[in-house]
Design a protein around this ligand. Structure first.
Ligand code: NAD
Length: 312
């Protein structure tokens, strides 16, 4: 049984981590969140300690270490721009880190984290749960087993819906979330570069608050991508069945719809991390480089090979 602590307990994603810790038969001993609406804790680990101040949480971790009850893992579910600071807090207290996506906002933050890994001997694990999605694993296998000189034509659409709150919260603040491509798109750039190889060209057609679109030339694919958080862009047939998210990858004209199969991927991620197979800095870096480039690019408008939804 491993000891866990968690940062960002009151947020949207934290219950999935609490569930994963419980389902993998481990103990969540303590959590930190400046916001104290954390009644959800009672559904998972009612006995645990809870802190609203980082200094007290740090003191607790340090005492646990002195008492030979060191945290094995600190899970990080805080806003994106705080991840690297919270990872340092975890590793300096003798724990490994399990951090939500995006691991950090900029490629150089990863270099700094490499130093802290070396200094402490701890490991940083990143939640990249799409790599554990059965359909994505099957696609990677298909590409690996196909002709090695084949360049695939891929159209990726990820249309989801967020209310007005999104743009008011830290998620709508570029400095804190990295913007739509970083916050919403990171899973897809990770998946694409994992399957189709490194980036040769990264062109941005649209970069707005509620949508982004571009073209990626990867080693093995030409990808037109489109992301949105605007409900108005959800296809009518998806709205008609009451859904607010639509994910699709069209590869060589064949539609691979993968709106389902996401529910248990956090628990699957924990199973792999506990076996020592977590995704580390090396795996996280390519997609962090892609989103950093997108965030700092000047959109070229509707020129060249753009996604069909760009006209919507
Ligand atoms: N893997 C996925 O599919 C997935 C899905 C959603 C969110 N996420 C990621 O999970 C993280 C959290 O997202 P969320 O949707 O739960 O956001 P959220 O805003 O709902 O939760 C963030 C929590 O962090 C807390 N917080 C803020 N500052 C803090 C600090 N200094 N110390 C400790 N806690 C602090 C907030 O009070 C809040 O409770 C983000 O990095 C996000 O990108 C991942």
């Amino acid at each position: 049984m491993k000891n866990f602590a968690l940062i960002g307990a009151a947020g949207y994603i934290s219950p999935r981590h609490m569930k994963a810790i419980k389902e993998t038969n481990n103990k969540l001993l303590a959590a930190l969140d400046p916001f104290d609406s954390v009644g959800v804790i009672d559904s998972y680990f009612p006995e645990m300690d809870f802190f609203t101040e980082s200094e007290r949480f740090d003191r607790y971790l340090s005492k646990q270490r002195l008492n030979d009850n060191c945290m094995d893992y600190v899970t990080i579910c805080s806003p994106n721009y705080l991840h690297d600071a919270h990872i340092r807090l975890a590793l300096r207290n003798g724990a490994d880190a399990i951090c939500e996506k995006p691991l950090v906002l900029n490629p150089w933050n990863i270099d700094a984290l490499e130093d802290i890994q070396k200094e402490t001997g701890g490991k940083i694990n990143n939640i990249l749960q799409l790599r554990l999605h059965p359909s994505i694993i099957a696609l990677k296998k298909k590409v690996e087993e196909g002709p090695s000189d084949k360049i695939y034509d891929v159209d990726l659409s990820y249309l989801t819906s967020r209310g007005k709150w999104y743009h008011i919260s830290w998620k709508g603040n570029h400095h804190k979330s990295g913007g739509i491509a970083t916050n919403i798109g990171i899973h897809f750039y990770d998946m694409l570069s994992w399957i189709f190889g490194s980036v040769n060209e990264n062109i941005i057609h649209i970069l707005e608050e509620d949508r982004a679109a571009g073209f990626l030339q990867l080693e093995r694919a030409r990808v037109r991508w489109f992301l949105s958080v605007n409900y108005d862009l959800i296809p009518e047939h998806i709205k008609a069945i009451g859904q607010r998210t639509y994910r699709s990858i069209i590869i060589e004209g064949e539609n691979m719809e993968f709106s389902g199969g996401f529910n248990d991927l956090h628990t699957r991620s924990y199973e792999e991390i506990l076996l020592g197979n977590g995704f580390g800095l090396h795996e996280a870096k390519p997609s962090i480089e892609i989103v950093h480039e997108i965030r700092n690019a000047s959109p070229v408008g509707l020129k060249g090979e753009y996604h069909p939804l760009c006209k919507s």
